[in-house]
Design a protein around this ligand. Structure first.
Ligand code: TYM
Length: 355
């Protein structure tokens, strides 16, 4: 009773609008992101995206998924894709995503993704899709298989995102364009049908949003690189990590400093800074007069040490397939319930007769 009166007084003071505003501010923000299961995640995936996912779950409602449908845009070996999807799910948990705190699932287990993707593809301008850098890159790399899925990929990604009405989407720099595309769809769709989708924002880290190849530091580090020395996977053994860093391409100078034109060193400094938490100034000070050899060895050691618990967690999780299955089934069930609400709203808005 007393509480009710207190609430009424508060309402009188602030008015309905003020209370609503406050309630809105109190709403826990929603985070969503995904990753393709096309191989063991790289240090780039970890630094650009996943390392933030675990920390965000303490403060927000988070949803993370294995984007297996996206992987079909490039031809996959079926048994390998199945294995990699399970490994990717285990890797997310090994990186600290806790299924008790976050929603974790596998994209193809939740029908609404493919369904909303079709609807959104009917609102995706051909011109915008053809300007997508990833489409241009991938169709050049896989010229024998330029398929419709590769082209409409951003509509599926928009569906993945919008089904869960997130506030932020934590991704690396290479996904910025897809996020912009999603935002354009929201504007277009909401412009026609009213406030159906929440406008999502990309959350791109200031440092490490684009980790570069260790062999060609003008190119993004990628798990599909044909040269295994170009990337670190988060399951590489410590000696492998140290050796890959030792072989990392740098320049003909000797000074460890972050400067335009020193792509290799800039990349190593970025990695080292994210992994250790040290600023660039501190790193420059610490390595003044010590040369690249020393620096590369320390970057290798620091990365190997950081990834050690992930490797150990992963090995443990893969021993217990029943647990993994139980978790991804639970995730799919929850994801279906959330996403179907948005899907039903969309279907109604666009004029589909409800069953
Ligand atoms: P994917 O699987 O290529 O990469 C997963 C995440 O890792 C980031 N990343 C990098 N960050 C820094 N440096 C790098 N070298 C590097 N390489 C990859 C990516 O930016 C990404 O955040 N289309 C997405 C998967 C996806 C998705 C979504 C993401 C599908 N639906 C909805 C967010 C929301 C992809 O292929 O990411």
């Amino acid at each position: 009773m007393k509480e009710e009166k207190g609430l009424k007084e508060e309402k009188d003071m602030k008015g309905d609008k003020g209370m609503e505003e406050e309630k809105k501010q109190e709403r826990k923000k929603v985070i969503l992101s995904g990753i393709q299961p096309t191989g063991i995640f790289t240090l780039g995936n970890y630094i650009g995206a996943i390392r933030n996912w675990g920390t965000m779950q303490e403060e927000y409602h988070c949803a993370y998924f294995v984007a297996d449908l996206h992987s079909l845009t490039v031809r996959q070996e079926p048994a390998a894709l199945r294995r990699q999807s399970l490994e990717a799910f285990a890797l997310l948990l090994a990186c600290g995503i806790d299924p008790e705190k976050s929603l974790v699932f596998i994209q193809s287990h939740v029908h609404s993704h493919a369904e909303l993707s079709w609807i959104l593809s009917c609102y995706s301008p051909f011109g915008a899709l053809s300007r997508m850098t990833q489409f241009k890159d991938k169709s050049a790399r896989h010229a024998d298989n330029v398929n419709a899925g590769l082209f409409t990929y951003p509509a599926l990604m928009a569906a993945d995102i919008l089904l869960y009405q997130p506030d932020y989407v934590p991704v690396g720099e290479d996904q910025r364009q897809h996020l912009e595309f999603t935002r354009d769809i929201v504007e277009h769709f909401n412009g026609i049908y009213g406030n159906v989708f929440r406008m999502p924002e990309a959350y791109i880290p200031k440092t490490g949003a684009r980790v570069m190849s260790l062999q060609d530091p003008t190119k993004k580090m990628s798990k599909s690189d044909t040269n295994p020395n170009a990337f670190i996977t988060i399951l590489d053994e410590p000696n492998v990590i140290v050796n890959k860093f030792r072989r990392a391409v740098t320049d003909s100078e000797t000074e460890v400093c972050f400067r335009e034109g020193k792509d290799g060193i800039n990349n190593l400094m970025t990695i080292y800074s994210v992994i250790t938490g040290l600023s660039f100034e501190q790193i420059e000070k610490d390595f003044a007069g010590r040369g690249y050899g020393d620096f590369k060895a320390e970057v290798g050691d620091a990365v190997a040490e950081k990834l050690r618990p992930i490797r150990e967690n992963f090995a443990r999780l893969m021993q217990d397939k029943a647990y993994l299955e139980q978790q991804y089934r639970k995730g799919a069930e929850k994801a279906a319930a959330i996403s179907e609400r948005t899907l039903a709203k969309v279907k109604k808005k666009v004029g589909l007769l409800m069953p």
